[in-house]
Ligand binder design. Sequence first.
Ligand code: DGP
Ligand code: NA
Ligand code: NA
Length: 213
Amino acid sequence: ALNPNLQSRGALVVLEGLDRSGKSSQCSQLLSHLQSIGCSAELWRFPDRNTAVGQMISAYLSNQSNLDDHTIHLLFSANRWEKRSMIEEKLKSGTTLIIDRYSYSGVAFSSAKGLDFDWCKAPEIGLLAPDMVLYLDISPEKAAERGGYGDERYERLDFQGKVREKYQALHDASWKMVDACLPMEEVQKKLREYVLECVAACKNGKALSHLWS
Ligand code: DGP
Ligand code: NA
Ligand code: NA
């Protein structure tokens, strides 16, 4: 409901999906669209490979280093925690954030390796909860047809299948499922509708909440 006493804030919108689901290009198009209609918005991504922690993650993903599964899980989580206060400041200043991957990737990818699901969720507790999660749904087979996977760790058909199952166990009322196999423009159209709805709700006083809610 409309609450004129609250300063209007930006929306926290997360895009999730398997590798090669089209997330990153959909994110850029969303950002351009929001900016073109005068909405203050930024595009962020996790892992953020620019920080010291992010560089350790990047070395791990490109197979230049090996780390225990629990250790890398906690590094991915730390990489989100180190941005937590900046995310809150941005939102409170009225900027909408489109984020390419978040805690759901953290839990889906690590639990797909066999780590305990609830153990994987624990370090994410207290991070800001997205106002909306847009899940670009694609089968690993279809994703692999898109020019094949790259050389990074995790970019294998069998593993991506397990990740998809874990994603299915995470989805809640804040999730919108979008068929990533639709033509790109149609995917974009649906994403825009959802995001605009979410931006309006946040402007009208929707409260920020925390994971896992
Ligand atoms: P990207 O930069 O979006 O291509 O992500 C790099 C890879 O890392 C991709 O295969 C997804 C995976 N990933 C992203 N976030 C996490 C996380 O928090 N934990 C784990 N284990 N994997 C993640
Ligand atoms: Na990737
Ligand atoms: Na990506």
